[in-house]
Design a protein around this ligand. Structure first.
Ligand code: ASP
Length: 307
């Protein structure tokens, strides 16, 4: 299993030891929740959902609690989930006050008869399913509020954040998980608050099946983080799956080509986590760092942040 908490200009000198320890804690907890499900014979779908819930509940990441502010000072969240066994998928965009958007994506997959729901109608569906709602205060964090204050009077939107005081730091705090279970099934899930100061109902790659999230037992499971507009146009997650399926590339070859060559030429900053049906894991990124953690069966968990 592998998880991520976003990519970007994540450099040791921009970090305090306390902050780094906190990020590591958030990643370790989420990974261990997901890995335990797999260890006990649970499904990859349950594992990725549980790991993403844990990351959504952790305020340092840009998903669920800690999601960035829109131009209107609200939180509009996107999420998706996909099952590699039957290619069933669920996705949601632009929802507010839902504690765990990834669980809404899963319910959409399983109970709505559709793949992708948006906005207030999606919230109605969540209510009907009995999902937990939280008030606006739950999603508020001081750091995200400051990031929004820095740009709210401009036309720019920010990639999670481009903090002027931190020398142009750029972070994409989206979260995601990919897993392979004992039955040989792959799954992927991704969740985000999108970009600070986003307007006009902007939606990134996170909820778009094939762009930010994809899983297919024949190939791999992928969850992306980065500048969503580029990831949408490059159809990143499905592209990697296609390179494996149609071109016979290995997971590593496909990931390196898309993230370190194609996306770089395109101008698309970010990274992704990937696992294939053999259990190989790749964690490529073309930014300075990516919050990530992974674990192979019977091995110790690993956490990394920088290059
Ligand atoms: N990919 C996300 C988006 O464009 C941002 C992120 O990865 O943090 O909405």
């Amino acid at each position: 299993m592998a998880i991520h908490g976003g990519a970007g200009t994540i450099l040791p000198y921009l970090m305090t030891p306390e902050k780094e320890a906190n990020y590591r804690l958030g990643l370790s907890e989420a990974l261990s929740i997901g890995s335990n499900i797999l260890k006990n014979g649970g499904s990859s779908l349950d594992a990725v959902e549980a790991a993403v819930i844990s990351l959504e509940n952790f305020p340092l990441f840009n998903a669920g609690k800690g999601a960035v502010f829109t131009n209107k000072g609200t939180h509009e969240m996107d999420a998706s989930i996909m099952c590699g066994l039957n290619l069933e998928a669920g996705a949601v965009s632009g929802v507010s006050n839902i504690k765990n958007p990834v669980s809404l994506a899963r319910l959409i997959k399983e109970k709505s008869g559709h793949v992708f729901l948006a906005g207030s109608e999606a919230e109605l569906f969540a209510k009907k399913c009995g999902l937990t709602f939280e008030d606006d205060a739950y999603f508020y964090t001081v750091e995200r509020y400051k990031q929004w204050q820095d740009v709210k009077d401009s036309d720019t939107y920010q990639l999670d954040h481009t903090d002027k005081t931190e020398q142009g730091e750029k972070k994409f705090g989206t979260v995601g998980a990919v897993a392979l279970d004992k039955q040989g099934n792959l799954a992927a899930a991704t969740s985000t608050g999108g970009m600070t100061n986003k307007r006009f109902g902007r939606i990134g790659d996170t909820p778009m099946i094939g762009a930010g999230t994809y899983a297919n037992n024949k190939t791999c499971a992928i969850s992306c983080t980065g500048h969503g507009e580029f990831f949408i146009r490059a159809v990143v997650a499905y592209d990697i799956s296609c390179l494996i399926e149609y071109k016979g590339m290995s997971l590593k070859e496909a990931c390196d080509f898309v993230v370190k060559d194609k996306l770089v030429k395109f101008g698309g900053e970010g990274g992704l986590i990937a696992i294939d049906y053999f259990g190989n894991i790749e964690l490529p990124f073309n930014s300075e760092g990516m919050y990530r953690a992974w674990q192979f069966e019977g091995k110790n968990p690993e956490v990394a942040i920088y290059k």
